[in-house]
Ligand binder design. Sequence first.
Ligand code: PLP
Length: 468
Amino acid sequence: MPLHEGPRRPGEHRMSVNPFYGPANPVGDMAEAPPTHRLPDRPMAPATAHQLVRDELMLDGNARLNLATFVTTWMEPEAGVLMAECRDKNMIDKDEYPRTAELERRCVAMLADLWHAPDPAAAVGCSTTGSSEACMLAGMALKRRWARRNSDRYPGARPNLVMGVNVQVCWEKFCNFWEVEARLVPMEGERFHLDPRAAAELCDENTIGVVGILGSTFDGSYEPVAELCAALDALEERTGLDIPVHVDGASGAMVAPFLDEDLMWDFRLPRVASINTSGHKYGLVYPGVGWALWRDADALPEELVFRVNYLGGDMPTFALNFSRPGAQVVAQYYTFLRLGRDGYRAVQQAARDVATGLARRIEALGDFRLLTRGDQLPVFAFTTAPDVSAYDVFDVSRRLRESGWLVPAYTFPANREDLSVLRVVCRNGFSADLAELLAQDLERLLPELRRQPRPFTRDKGAATSFHH
Ligand SMILES: *Cc1c(COP(=O)(O)O)cnc(C)c1O
């Protein structure tokens, strides 16, 4: 979201108000159209204001056709009702809304169990506004633990965090805001995420932790968390450096437990200190809710925890925000209760089936090369085949927009800036039928794209700033 500026010229532009929108008197009520960038002087009728806002929002894209986002765009009507009923509850008022607080606590307990905390009762965790806040909290805990262990050298020494160049932008923010050096493992050849050995080599006595991503937003692949832990075990044997791992499971921490039960990526690995997920991604809740969990109280320094009133006692909290809506947390509990393990497995499997099926269908068109196949996150990335020179991925993205599909195209980071891809995120609600319609639209465009004299030049810099 841009940091918005104020109005450039006073009275820049007034809204045009259809006289028919007035509630009672089409002439008198609409004597003065409200300004757009200044608080209007006078109130207007609620029905009129509602209609004006709705009219403008018609031009937003259709969320269900947005294949760029990981964030939930469909929930059951019952969930919508529950959220509307809870929209007046402030998550921080634990004493006023003790049942909402209790539901949050149950969600944390369920996730601790799902992610195999050695002692789920000892795991600590909290809800957040999303994974970005959860990652900030987890990063802070890593930094504080490192600072404690190195109090003879810090302040002074400069802490660093090791991760793949494919990390989501929230980790760049963390490093920037909290003054931690970001040490990035570059991509190499057909490896589009972190290499465990290369990550271990970047570690030193100032490394607060290593981030493993489940899975990468660039191509939907899972990073090899178990191999990363093994590489850090070997490092510890060689050097004595004991470096914790944080798993950024924004998407995958709600996919792998159901579809890849044997994959070792969670608290079963002793080196994994903390995990985050986005409740509003494959947790299947509308934005914004996220979760951060630490394997035990040792992993979360006590001095970062604040206490608020709760039923005459106090309740520990860890958050950047103070006030925050309770509705999303309630909706997360509803979804856990509603689906259970088997329900989540069925929903995520359906998304994976759509992703792998659509990837195969696109591969069969002959013009494209798949980088991933949707068999980890239900997400895949593809590029044009080597012999395609008439058009590029940016042309495909732009032309698909004509039919309403948002399929982002972007260029990879170091050392694969030569590679540009399209990415499709298959979420609950993007059905096999919708996927088939997308494939048909793409197929129909191909003859025209192939007849282009060359890829059309445009601002590829803007296209590459895509950061989901
Ligand atoms: C989406 C995402 C984030 C940021 O999560 P929000 O919930 O959007 O704040 C962080 N890391 C990864 C890997 C993601 O996919």
